[in-house]
Design a protein around this ligand. Structure first.
Ligand code: GCB
Length: 593
């Protein structure tokens, strides 16, 4: 019974509950942060959710009950339960929870003062993997998927004065989930990003899109959308630096189209120019910083603002160095992306799932182009319609959140997926979905080598027709092959499209030294980088790479004592922030590009 229920929950991309369209640019709105100390209860048997007959218990922990007298039996108490800082992952906050996969209950008290006429949303930047949210003892909704934001309109559920929110977070892996059970990163559980109580007027701008019209440099286009389908409302867009101020009137769908004659300075890694934008309705304004650029491919070239570019990239997991754990804050983003800049990057691959908004915005400020990805990874259940719906939902939410970030140039729909008809259908649909949602950006996916013979490797994945860039991961010299093979390997990639190497690398324990053919040494990793970069430079369509990976990161699959100790050691930087030799090899290569 329990398993059936869990399965049902897992299959629903978005389960019951009044989840609303996610607020665009939430940080520019009036909000009260609910970050900070939350009480938590560890619940390995889901005792707070099911009764002893394994039925959903109407008196579950979400009721936040207290014993009213000495005869009243209540077998939990949030108020005496320990505290955890939110946002965080529980695995690195409590040693007992390092390997834990299951349920934790979180509770936070807060006071609320209603502003007449306003609406209030409870917003979560992300919770991994499934979150059921309760307010003042009532369920308000469920969300599936660990890396995308969600919010609920809780206006009618809030009380003047004291309130409490309870969230049941469960990070069990499911075969049909997205990601599935097998992945090479830590399955951090918890409320991993900001929690905000957001105040908006009754009628407000809930979403908007703004960018250069595709293929033109003298017109800014987009749209503004109200939370209700009301016609005749005047919304104003202002870009003071371009001396633009334009009133627009909404149609019956509550939307107003934007089309402005303007020639903004273009955003690029050399000049990451962002413009202050104000959108207003009545007296309420929402501010953003938006950059303008064109991204396209032409034959085997990637072109930014009409000029050929080479993507000097690095792959990054959303994991904080030094303290370990999920990265989420602006400071975490500054550390990781600061290293990418030092490496000489103009591009980062944010692997393998949508990263937090701070990462994307900081990258934009620093002039780093971005590859943004959904966790359609390895052996997803291609035949399962629920899995597809879940993946599409996550992809849609990623695009919806970040559509105004000009630094995002590639939406990636998958990583290293094995060929089958069902997989091809699944990914073709996902790629078509991404393209329909955002025709202005490039679509790719990290593919694999499809075959090797006589020292010639081929990439002719069926999915190549659906992508703008042929991207693939390959670990020649690490998972198969020798360093010498790298010197002589030829590549057969017969597409008139740019080629991007989304991963290569080797494991090295920082401080471990030896001959350049000794595995796990810094020398081996550095040598593999030297040879691999030279090898790919022989491919005429070679348009960039994002080697694996910036920093060593936790993975349950990495068990070699004394070397891995649960870290994937392919970082150019150790988890303690110390650079390995290969860092400088890649830095030199990028200097010459
Ligand atoms: C890959 C995966 C990445 C792994 C990496 C490795 O191909 O895409 O998630 O961490 O290889 O280190 O094996």
């Amino acid at each position: 019974m329990k398993n059936t229920l869990i399965l049902l929950i897992a299959l629903l991309p978005l389960a019951a509950g009044a989840q609303e369209q996610t607020l665009q640019n939430v940080y520019a709105r009036d909000y009260l942060s609910l970050n900070g100390s939350w009480n938590y209860i560890i619940d390995p048997f889901d005792n707070g959710f099911y009764d002893y007959r394994l039925k959903e218990n109407p008196n579950g922990f979400f009721r936040n009950q207290k014993a009213r007298n000495k005869q009243d039996l209540v077998e939990y108490n949030f108020d005496t339960a320990p505290l955890m800082q939110i946002p965080s992952d529980w695995n690195t906050r409590n040693p007992q929870l390092f390997f834990y996969e299951g349920t934790l209950w979180f509770k936070k008290d807060f006071t609320f003062a209603r502003k007449p006429g306003n609406r209030t949303f409870l917003y979560f930047g992300a919770a991994n993997y499934e979150a059921i949210v309760y307010l003042n003892g009532e369920k308000i909704g469920t969300h599936i998927g660990g890396f995308t934001p969600f919010n609920f309109d809780v206006t009618d559920k809030l009380k003047e004065g004291s309130n409490f929110v309870v969230v049941r977070v469960n990070n069990e892996r499911h075969p049909e989930g997205v990601p599935t059970v097998n992945a090479d990163w830590w399955n951090y559980g918890g409320i991993t990003r900001d929690v905000l109580l957001v105040d908006v007027p009754e009628l407000f701008i809930d979403d908007y899109a703004l960018q250069l019209e595709k293929g033109r440099y003298d017109r800014i286009t987009g749209w503004i959308k109200l939370n209700k389908s009301v016609a005749g409302q005047t919304v104003t867009i202002e870009i003071p630096e371009l001396k633009l101020k334009q009133p627009l009137v909404t149609g019956s769908d509550g939307r107003a189209e934007i089309s402005l004659k303007a020639k903004p300075a273009l955003w690029s890694p050399e000049n990451p120019k962002l413009y202050d934008i104000t959108l207003s309705l009545d007296n309420k304004a929402i501010k953003d910083k938006i950059g303008f650029r064109q991204i396209e491919t032409a034959g085997k070239e990637i072109r930014l603002n009409g000029s050929k570019i080479f993507l000097k990239g690095i792959s990054i997991h959303e994991e904080a160095p030094f303290r370990q754990g999920r990265a989420w804050s602006p400071d975490d983003a500054k550390i990781l992306l600061g290293w990418a800049k030092e490496l000489g990057c103009n591009f980062v691959r944010l692997a393998h799932y949508p990263h937090n908004e701070n990462m994307v915005r900081e990258a934009e400020r620093l002039g780093l182009m971005v590859w943004s990805e959904v966790p359609v990874y390895w052996t997803i259940h291609w035949e399962n319609p629920g899995t597809y719906a879940n993946a599409e939902r996550q992809l849609g939410d990623m695009i919806a959140r970040d559509k105004n970030r000009c630094n995002i140039i590639i939406w990636s729909v998958a990583n290293e997926t094995p060929h089958s008809d069902a997989r091809d259908r699944f990914l073709a649909n996902l790629a078509a979905f991404a393209r329909a949602k955002d025709p202005s950006r490039l679509i790719s996916m990290a593919m694999e080598v499809t075959g090797s013979r006589n020292n010639i490797s081929r990439v002719d994945d069926y999915m190549s027709q659906y992508v703008d860039i042929i991207s693939f991961n390959n670990y020649l010299g690490w998972y198969g092959g020798t360093l010498d093979d790298i010197n002589t390997r030829q590549w057969e990639i017969n597409y008139d499209k740019p080629v991007f190497i989304s991963e290569f690398g080797a494991g090295a324990l920082q401080g471990r030294h030896g001959a350049s053919n000794e595995l796990w040494t810094e020398e081996y990793q550095a040598e593999l980088y030297r040879r691999t970069l030279a090898m790919y430079s022989r491919i005429d369509a070679f348009s960039g790479c994002s080697p694996w990976i910036l920093v060593d990161f936790y993975s349950p699959r990495r068990q070699l004592n004394g070397i891995q100790d649960f870290f994937n050691r392919k970082g150019l930087i150790s988890n303690n922030g110390i650079k390995k030799q290969a860092f400088y090899v890649l830095q030199d290569f990028y200097k010459g590009k």
